[in-house]
Design a protein around this ligand. Structure first.
Ligand SMILES: [Zn+2]
Length: 318
């Protein structure tokens, strides 16, 4: 108890001030070593600035007042690098105590497979996010019905994955941002989508709040134009692949489940304690694939601190 009392919560500015000065000390020590002991192997430094940015990013995702840092006195008595490690561990410990948020996202529907996904959402009472291609909904009566099932299901939220899916010629599509944006607007209108939430075909791009992360620059101008028009764009942290026709997974349920656990554990997702999984509707055309999806949901549900969320609520903070 007394030990706990020794730990205090102090303001982020004080913390960052201490942290920056730690970095300066580390930097000057390295220089001194290089001059005074040239024969010695220079000490390999961690990428200090990146670490700092990384931790700041993690902190940014939290209600900072919930984090308990070691008292200033105890930070001063230990080595700067050790202090940094302690701080990171302290942040991770706090994060590990909190709820984790999982976003199961399905692209390219409605397609064969969408109806089964819709049924699994209901059977498992699990929220799913569907990024839809409007052209597919107009391809047949069956697919139109499948889209309507999605839109009526309170456990499924429907978002924009463009009208044409770029006709799968992504580079050409994104070379004309105005036309590309018009394609997303056409999708929104055709499906009557209520939320301005997009996933860009063929691109893992994130653009919302102060986040802008682009995987391939050919989509960046379109992303910025969508952003200027009030859209939020979401990519993914991890993709699960299954061969649609055979139902054979590229990654087994256990592999993808372990990946999700590992990424949540080592904070390698875009936002800590939030993980976005990408799947495609046509992966679940047959029983085999559908059983795998049910199996993954069951595995994840074993964790009482895991919660399934709609991407419209991304990211969850504390
Ligand atoms: Zn797609």
């Amino acid at each position: 108890m007394l030990k706990k009392k020794l730990l205090i919560t102090f303001s982020i500015s004080l913390f960052l001030g201490a942290f920056y000065s730690c970095n300066q000390i580390v930097g000057s020590t390295t220089t001194a070593n290089a001059v005074e002991t040239p024969d010695q192997k220079p000490e390999i430094e961690e990428p200090v600035q990146q670490d700092t940015l990384y931790l700041m990013d993690k902190l940014d995702s939290l209600n900072r007042n919930l984090i308990v840092f070691p008292a200033v006195d105890s930070l001063n008595k230990i080595e700067p690098k050790q202090a940094k490690r302690n701080l990171r561990d302290s942040i991770y410990r706090e994060l590990n105590k909190k709820d984790k948020h999982i976003y199961l996202t399905f692209d390219d529907g409605p397609l064969i497979g969408s109806r089964a996904i819709d049924s699994i959402a209901t059977a498992k009472d699990t929220k799913l996010s569907a990024f839809l291609v409007a052209k597919h909904a107009n391809m047949s009566k069956r697919l139109k019905n499948d889209f309507e099932r999605y839109s009526k299901n309170p456990l499924v939220e429907c978002y924009n994955h463009s009208y044409t899916h770029a006709n799968n010629r992504f580079h050409a599509f994104y070379s004309n941002p105005e036309l590309a944006v018009a394609d997303f607007e056409r999708c929104e209108e055709a499906l009557g989508l209520k939320q301005k939430i997009v996933r860009m075909p063929g691109r893992n791009i994130w653009l919302f709040d102060d986040v802008r992360r682009v995987d391939l620059t050919s989509g960046s101008q379109t992303a910025d134009l969508l952003g200027a028009n009030g859209y939020r764009i979401y990519g993914w942290d991890v993709e699960w692949k299954i061969h649609g026709l055979s139902g054979n997974p590229v990654q087994s349920v256990n592999e993808i489940y372990t990946r999700i656990r590992t990424m949540l554990g080592n904070k390698s997702t875009l936002k800590p304690n939030n993980i976005v999984l990408l799947m495609h509707d046509d992966m679940f055309q047959n029983k085999k694939g559908q059983q795998l999806l049910s199996g993954l949901i069951d595995s994840l549900k074993q964790h009482k601190d895991y919660h399934f969320e709609f991407i419209s609520t991304y990211p969850h903070k504390y």
